[in-house]
Every structure is written in C-alpha cells, then in structure tokens.
Design a protein around this ligand. Sequence first.
Ligand code: ASP
Ligand code: MG
Length: 420
Amino acid sequence: MEVYKFGGASVKDASGIKNVVSIISSAKKDELLVVVSALHGVTDRLEKLAYAYLSGDSHTNALFEEIKQIHFDVLTELFPDPGHSIFDEISNTFVEIDWLLEEEAQDDPDYLYDQIVSMGEVVSSKILHAVLNASGCVSVWADARNYIKTDNTYREGKVDWALTEREASHLTRLLKNQVAVTQGFIGGTSENYTTTLGREGSDYSAAIFASVLNARSLTIWKDVPGVLNADPKWFEHTEKIPQMSYHDAIELTYYGATVIHPKTIKPLQNKDIPLLVRSFIEPAGAHTEINNQPNPLPVPSFIFKVNQVLISVLPKDYSFIIEENLSTIFGIFHQHKVKVNTMLNSALSFSVSIDHDTRKLDALLESLQKDFRVKYNTNMELVTIRYYNQETIDRVTENKDIILEVKSRHTCQMVMKNKS
Ligand code: ASP
Ligand code: MG
C-alpha cells in the first residue's frame, strides 16, 4: 500500500480539489491512503477564531460565518445539486464548533484551540471523499483521531507509537483493495479527545501513517516539482534535486527548508520507506526521491532565515563558558521552548541565533539576565549552506557583514546583516 499527502495549497478551491481527485483516480492504486490538509488558509482562520473565542471577542461569530462560507462556496461549485447529502454532512460537522462557541471558554485554552482548529481537516477530508465518490472512485473516509494516538499535550500532541502501531491493523483491514481518505495534522488521546500535532504537521501525519502501515512509499504532492536547492523566493536560479539521502533531508529541513516538515523524515528513515516529492501541477513530471542512498547533494543547497535575533551570553564573573554554564544556559532555552538555529561559544561568551518571537524573547532575556550579562541584536539573517564552497559563500554574503560563522565539514552557517 502507498500513502499520498495533499497540502492546503493543492485543495485551495474547487478546481484544485478536482485536480487532486484526478491524480488519485489516475494513479489506479489498489490500496491507497490519502492524507489531506485543511483548505488553503483555513487553519489560519480557525486559529484566529480560536483566539477570538478565548478572549471573548465580539467578532467570534462573524469569523466563524466566514469560514463556513468559504467551504459552502467551494461545495456549491463542486455539487450543483443543493440536495446532495454532503451539504448536511458539512453543516453537521460545523455544528460541533457552534456548540463549543456557545459555552464560555473555561477549559484549558490549548484543549479548546485543538477542538476548533482540527475541524479544518475534518471538513476538507469529507469534501474530498465526497468528490472522489461522485467521480466514480469509491473510497472510505477514515477518522485519523482513531488511528494516530497521542498524549494530551494539546497543540503539540506527542505520538504514542505503541498504541498507534496497534490501531494500524484496523486501518490495514479498512484499506483492503480500496482508497481511504483521512486527515493530516490531527490525532486523538486515549480518551478520544482531539489533539493537533503542531502547525504544518500534515506531512508528519502522513509519515506516521506510512510508518505504521509499512507503506511501500509516501508521496507528498506540492506546488513545486520536488525539492529545490534553494527557495525560489530568495534565488532566481534554482535546481531540482533528483535524489537526496534521509540524512541531508533532515539537515535541510531542520535548518529551515520549508518544503517538508522537519519531523517527517525520521519515521520514514526508521522503516526505510522512500519519500517522493512531486508536483500536483505537473503530476507526470520529474520528482525528488528521498531514500537511504547516501549520495551527497549534486549542488550546494541554501536555506535563508530572516528576522533572527543574535544573542550573546557572558558569565558576569568572567568564569569560562564550560559545562556548568552551558547546562544552565541550555536549561533556560529549553524552559522557554526556544529553538536554537545556530550557536558558537568562546572562552567567555556563548552566542546563538533564534527566530524573533517577541513574546518568547522578552521572557527568555529576563531569565538569562538573572545569571548572565546578555547582549542581543535583532534583524539578522541566517543562511545555512549544505555542501558549501567559497563561491557559494561569496555569493550569499555580497553586501553583508558577517557577524558569526560556523563551519562543519558539509555545512556552513552565517549570521549576517546588510552592510551599513
Ligand atoms: N492545516 C494545518 C496547518 O496549516 C496542517 C498542515 O497544513 O500541515 O498548519
Ligand atoms: Mg497548511
């Protein structure tokens, strides 16, 4: 069996959904699990709705009406017959949010967030399922919350692999000789409460399903023809990489390549399941395969992260930055859930680059300042080059002042800012 994952961009409107249906139908796979995200932009809107509800904002209902309308507009285009059962089915699904919004927001905010935000995938998967069946490709709808089991860390559910492996046998039975449509991004606790796996988590869902089902491969359908060596947003000339090792894929996604969610590769690598990245715009075109072949990348790859804060931490008493200080510093970063993008230490200072998240930054700085002298600079850029050479370094550092540089054998990272 195989797993296909379609993200929000592929199901952004009625014609997008029809295109997805035609990819699924023409694949003619006997046993296929389709994992789908919410319609493009819907998770952002549901997130706004959740925050509005939690803060008692008077726009809450209007925000929800907009979300419903987006779905009914798409449905009306897909199903000209207003008596089609899908209209009632989607209305009934939305009623679950209506009930929740009627109550005062007294429960754990993260729990409430998940109950609201998860609905985007529930609804999109129901729509895709209905369109598939109407097109003659008979499929079943599967509720991911019954199969991906997590703990109750709402908004960032941790997968219970043992339970998830156990539930997979039911899904295998359901998939016998047919296509099943399920949701990315969502899971369920052992008490059957809905959780989400973290924003952009649908790739990860697809990898979890592929792993526990021992799929032959996972295909992620994107709006680009595979993995490129740089984001076309920053670079005029990009090259598609035909094959990539799991190792390089993890390094690139960890440092911020957004083409695949960073958590996706590990479950696949652990079971040696290849990941194909293909274009839903040109389904028959070339693609990228990520697998266990340890070939180096054919070209240097670049990852840009803007809006970085470079923080330098110095012991107040001029003691060395050694194990004890490091463990205190890392403890503080961990406590504030701040991810370090790159770091460098010297005898008396420890420097890191992090994403600029104002809420987290203030609290982090306050904690660090209790024990250390702290200096920081905002508006930095971080570039990571995998398989760098001098020419590529010169290219990206033109008109930049390099503030910090870290090199290992294959990876070069530079924190820099525009020359003043
Ligand atoms: N719909 C979710 C989000 O936008 C999950 C995903 O698309 O991967 O975060
Ligand atoms: Mg998305």
